[in-house]
Design a protein around this ligand. Sequence first.
Ligand code: FAD
Length: 284
Amino acid sequence: MESQRAFGRSFSFEFFPPKTPDGVTNLARARARLAALGPDFVSVTFGAGGSTREGTLETVRACRADGLVVAPHLSCIGSTRENIDELLTTYHAEGVTRIVALRGDLPSGMGRAGEFRYANELVAYIRETTGDRFTLEVAAYPEFHPQAPSAQADLENFKRKVEAGANGAITQYFYNPDAYLRFVESCERLGLALPIVPGVMPITNHSQLARFSDMCGAEIPRWIRKRLEGFGDDRDAICAFGHDVTVELCQRLLEAGAPGLHVYTMNRAEPTLALWDALGLSRA
Ligand code: FAD
């Protein structure tokens, strides 16, 4: 973990493009409260195949209008080079300087493979066509990507993305800090020198968390699952327990030398505000 300390810390918050006018209003409120914490940047998700293209762009514009540095996510599966060129040109014209470069997952039934198979091809393409114009973040999986045939193969594939020109990585969320610490050590052994920022998912809703975790291969440790099951529909108890779990996780990660935190906010301000307070990260 020692190499990670050298990078300095980056704190960032992730939003998704809202689908309704109420969602837009709620996000604007949450964004204003989170902007007060002074994040290094915020990021905005992008539906693979371009399904949220306009929504992502609108949200990027709204974040920039609030004075935030914003990194749109760009997933390449189902896209052509032309689609990617258009988005890169638009983002550059909007003043965007960082991008989270991903493969993405095509929704079932949306069979178009497009011209990119993996994120390393997207990173290489962005570097080939735009040089160093954008700071590029890629995804990392401390508990390994669900489609990877083995941990070693996933690490080798992660290395490919880094060598294609990524500047930093953001991890999938996890609740077992050892998974992250070991992942970072493996990257160090492979000679990968880039900040690997832990992705943090606040716990506020048991069924939603269980659904996400099944899809993305993030493990909810048995003791956390059992406790959450025990709370039933008691939302306050879930949030209070979830807060304690995430605070302890983040404390341990930062003490171990993690180069910041990236919070999957789910467009809500409260869990992150409470987390920042407990970690002593809130700014006056
Ligand atoms: P890749 O790095 O391409 O890896 C995908 C799989 O292919 C892995 O199993 C890997 O081992 C394997 N692989 C990689 N390269 C090769 C290769 N050259 N040859 C053979 N196998 C290879 N999804 C969205 O749709 N929109 C988003 O906005 C979004 N944001 C995300 C943000 C973060 C921080 C994270 C961690 C994930 C996000 N995702 C998003 C989910 C992500 O798109 C999925 O996890 C997707 O399945 C993999 O994307 P990737 O960029 O990690 O893919």
